[in-house]
Ligand binder design. Structure first.
Ligand code: ATP
Ligand code: MG
Length: 431
């Protein structure tokens, strides 16, 4: 399920040495019916749909059979499954629908499933094997991990605060949550999450580094955090050297060279603006879902819309809008709207995605950030905390439910039952 873990320079050299000798088995192109079907656009969107069992996307595996625009305007897509009773059917349907449905000009999508012939099945397996060997993803992030990038057009709208609060609440539910601080120049995750451990860079030849995230147990789960702020060496000059080596391609290094281990979720705290990092992410991790954070002010909406547009140009799915610093309700019921109201809803309508929530302006968010104790965990009764908790519920049930395949469905059931999986693991390891 996971890509190879690089542990030493030798492994890295091995990897380049084992480029498969046999040519890549090409996936057949889908049949296209109707003249108004933008094949490239749909294909790119479907590249974000991963079959977690086979560890690759449905396009490159050759599972996509047909695109057809019906007379009623509905986009019909046929996907072949390895077996008709594939347990991943519902998840593939939901992911494919969400991705294609978020494309401009496509209002309704219907997914049809077929069953592969035995020849098709063996061809798909051959592609999956080739891909596993080729390791084109070049990342240790498991195929079963849900990836959410928290993005915005404008700085200071609360991306990092939202990321930190979502991360601790997901971990508290028993999930293993990776946090990638993609704000390379203005990192904030170590401070917001109270992380003071450091990532030790290990040299792995050709200027490459191999890194382990800084781990912090939270409730029944675990956070694994990677940030420029946690890059260290045995002394300050070595730390400066590591940072310098990484600066240009830091996010790519984080994706390629970090040993993430098992992950249920990866949250990516994006830098402000529509930068190269966004485009790079779209290229490197096309299965990322984007959450756009905006304030209720109208000026913020326009730039946030640009961020959404950028995500879509890279064929990332924008999964929803989060309004932050929204109206708050005082104990006597008075509503205070420091930054106005309604901006989140207006943006959601403008870009055609759901408004997931409106987080109120709450001094506890800032105070918790300063102490490295996200408010949602430290003060669950604070006004913003209840909203963060509802948002996490929406994420795990609707926006990006954890991937459950055979071994993980047991895990999912245990997590839902409140089992302390991480605690049990730590106790077993005698920590
Ligand atoms: N709901 C909220 N209520 C009160 N303060 C908030 C709220 N959300 C964020 N803040 C505060 O607003 C400031 C900016 O938040 P944050 O750093 O999370 O934004 P950002 O979008 O990540 O910024 P940047 O673009 O610089 O990375 C911080 O001081 C934070 O504590
Ligand atoms: Mg930030």
């Amino acid at each position: 399920m996971t890509g190879p873990i690089l542990t030493s320079p030798d492994d890295r050299e091995d990897e380049t040495a084992t480029t498969p000798a046999d040519p890549k088995p090409e996936a057949p192109r889908p049949e296209v019916e109707g003249t108004d079907v933008d094949e490239a656009m749909i294909t790119n969107a479907l590249r974000g749909v991963i079959d977690p069992e086979l560890g690759d996307n449905v396009v490159d595996l050759g599972m996509v059979k047909r695109y057809e625009r019906g007379a009623d305007g509905v986009m019909h897509i046929t996907i072949s499954l390895t077996t008709a009773g594939c347990p991943l059917r519902a998840q593939l349907m939901r992911d494919a629908k969400a991705r294609v449905g978020s494309l401009p000009g496509i209002d309704a999508v219907k997914i049809h499933f077929g069953e592969m012939t035995s020849q098709e099945r063996s061809d798909v397996m051959a592609r999956a094997r080739w891909k596993a060997r080729d390791n084109a993803l070049e990342t240790d992030i498991p195929a079963t991990c849900r990836i959410l990038a928290i993005s915005s057009g404008k700085g200071g709208v609360g991306k990092s605060s939202v990321t930190a609060n979502l991360a601790v609440l997901l971990a508290d539910r028993g999930y293993t949550v990776g946090v990638l601080d993609a704000d390379v120049g203005g990192f904030s995750m170590p401070r917001l999450l109270g992380i003071d451990g450091q990532i030790e860079g290990q040299r792995a030849g050709e200027g490459k580094t191999v890194m382990k995230p800084v781990a912090r147990a939270v409730g029944a789960g675990m956070l694994r955090v990677v940030s420029m702020g946690s890059i260290a060496g045995s002394n300050e000059s070595e730390a400066i050297m590591w940072r310098g080596l990484m600066l240009n391609r830091a996010v790519q290094h984080f994706l390629e060279d970090v040993q993430w281990g098992s992950l249920d979720y990866l949250l990516i705290d994006m830098p402000p603006g529509t930068s190269d990092i966004q485009m790079g992410l779209a290229r490197m991790l096309p299965r990322t879902d984007v959450l756009i954070v905006t304030t209720p002010a109208t000026a913020a909406q326009q730039v946030a819309a640009r961020a959404a547009d950028m995500a879509r140009k890279g064929f990332l799915r924008v999964a929803g809008v989060i309004e932050n610093m929204g109206p708050s309700v005082g104990p006597d019921g008075t509503i205070t709207a420091v930054f106005g109201s309604g901006g989140g809803q207006a943006l959601a309508e403008a870009i055609g995605v759901p408004l997931l929530t409106s987080i109120p302006l709450d001094a506890g968010v800032a105070a918790g950030g300063d102490r490295g104790m996200p408010v949602a965990l430290e003060h669950p009764d604070a006004s913003a905390s209840a909203v963060f908790a509802e948002l996490v519920e929406t994420i795990v049930t609707d926006v990006a439910p954890p991937v459950e395949i055979a071994e993980c469905s047991l895990r999912g059931a245990l997590v839902r039952a409140g089992a302390d999986l991480e605690g049990a693991r730590r106790r077993a390891e005698g920590r």
